[in-house]
Design a protein around this ligand. Sequence first.
Ligand code: SAH
Length: 396
Amino acid sequence: MNSSLTKVVLKSGKDQSLKRFHPWVFSGAIKKMYGPVNEGDVVTVYSNKDEFLGLGHYQVGSIAIRVFCFENIEINYDFWKLKFKKAFKLRESLGLTNNPETNTYRLLHAEGDGMPGLIIDFYNGTAVMQMHSIGMYLMRNELAQALKEVMGDLLDAVYDKSEKTLPFKANIDPKDGFLLGESKTGVVSEYGNLFNVDWVEGQKTGFFIDQRENRYLLQQYAKDRDVLNMFCYTGGFSFFAMNGGAKSVHSVDSSGKAIDLTRENVELNFPNDPRHEAIVADAFEYLKDIQDKYDLIVLDPPAFAKHRDALGRALQGYKRINARAFEQIRPGGIVFTFSCSQVVSKDKFREAVFSAAAISGRTVRILHQLNQPADHPINIYHPEGEYIKGLVLYVE
Ligand code: SAH
């Protein structure tokens, strides 16, 4: 089985993590490759004692192989189709696949669904695929076809948005575009709130689905509060707050485009509602002087650290913005604070927020500890997959 594939043998002792189903092989762990390998090829991985370990995609880089199968079976069209079937079934059991109130969800979450290098977000009929590995990218048409077979009439179009996520060194010059069908931007619904999603121009796959449950929680806290939604992007937290009966909502982002999207989305849900105001501003500047204008503040910044070497600076960033919020929020105020940097652990983030609280000298209590929703599952053998960390805090 799989005898035509190039065999990769690991150095002695480097097989442990694969034996515990962690899906990455680092380049330094490889002892020898028996045969030619091109980027994106499927290879078989063996231990130094010639034990089969797994099958994965090869790529030049620090993560050299991304393992998608720990059994020695044939990798063919049906194999990928089964992966999608399982991913779909999980979302079905979460009540997401047939829910008119929420018709957008993550359909496939890379390592969390045993498919390192691929994420798929579903927007009411359009699947947006984002490939992070060459192996997945090379199979994109086959994958789109397999997905269509699994989802049938639920799926109208598949859009490939990998231009910015593939390693540029690979020289494959990817272009974003439809792999199947065609659909322009669309209006999707999350807990009955409407969003205009632009998968062609938007960040990530167009929308941050991963904050769905946290937005819903915010709604429960919003009544009669003056809300600041900092780093608002498409404005999600803002109109969930308005839904919850907020007295006023200020949405702030440094990107003018994000502010336009926020305005559009607020209009869709609350036409001509005087409670909302959208402001283009830098967070660090804006937070310098908010005085006691707010009693509910959301801080959902972009990943301050994308790499380990930026960790120290990122933690300073979290500390600074949180300290500003704690210092100025009204007594009895609520802060929803997040980090989506994968390299910032839950403990490190909490330490940064702890330091911020100490700087402010206020009494701060944790009400909720938040993370990503169930359609972004975390493979227990790949704890790196836990990337959203959030705290809801009560500031006296
Ligand atoms: N809360 C959003 C997602 C936030 S994404 C949601 O629920 O969908 C992060 C946002 O931070 C982006 O829109 C980006 O434009 C914005 N941003 C990045 N740096 C910023 C800064 N220094 N000040 C204000 N906004 C910033």
